[in-house]
Design a protein around this ligand. Structure first.
Ligand SMILES: [Cu+2]
Length: 172
């Protein structure tokens, strides 16, 4: 879907660029250019081409993909005023975890922090939708789930925990 949108956007940009170039060409500006102007125009075109290549090469992959190849673990999370209902207490280390989140009442913000309190992953949690977010934990410990969207009087108490454990521990 995203590739289709990208292709349509690029096609429309090329179409607009074509009409601009055709209009400049039809005005005869190209014929009356002095050498210095022609050199400058070529220099700008080269800069544009270099900029386009650098932009495309340095683009990161789409940030919204939750596609996981190979085994993964699904954790179901429900946000409600004012608690998190998480269907597991432990998840395995080094193994993609897909959090399926949804809200039972109002919009919440699902955030996972590591044992040092650093935010690792987050997504909005909405009634009527299941929002997915994927993360692979690389060290064991107790991780906190916090709410990142103000949802009422006890929003600040909306804290839960789960443990990240070695694979063998998860199977016990
Ligand atoms: Cu909240």
């Amino acid at each position: 879907m995203q590739m289709t949108v990208l292709a349509i956007a690029l096609f429309l940009m090329a179409l607009i660029a074509y009409f601009f170039i055709a209009a400049i060409w039809a005005s005869g500006a190209g014929q009356t250019m002095k050498n210095a102007e022609r050199t400058r125009s070529r220099f700008i075109l080269v800069l544009l081409a270099v900029g386009a290549v650098v932009t495309i090469v340095s683009l990161k992959s789409w940030p919204h993909s939750v596609a996981v190849t190979g085994p993964s673990t699904t954790v179901n999370v429900t946000g409600l005023q004012w608690a998190w209902d998480i269907d597991t207490e432990e998840v395995p280390i080094g193994h993609p975890i897909i959090f399926n989140t949804h809200a039972a009442d109002v919009t919440h913000g699902f955030g996972v922090t590591d044992p040092d309190g650093r935010l690792l992953v987050q997504t909005q949690v909405m009634p009527g939708y299941v929002n997915q977010v994927k993360y692979t934990f690389d060290r064991p410990g107790t991780y906190k789930v916090i709410c990142l969207e103000y949802c009422g009087a006890a929003h600040h108490d909306m804290i839960s925990e789960f443990k990240v454990v070695a694979q063998s521990g998860a199977e016990q």
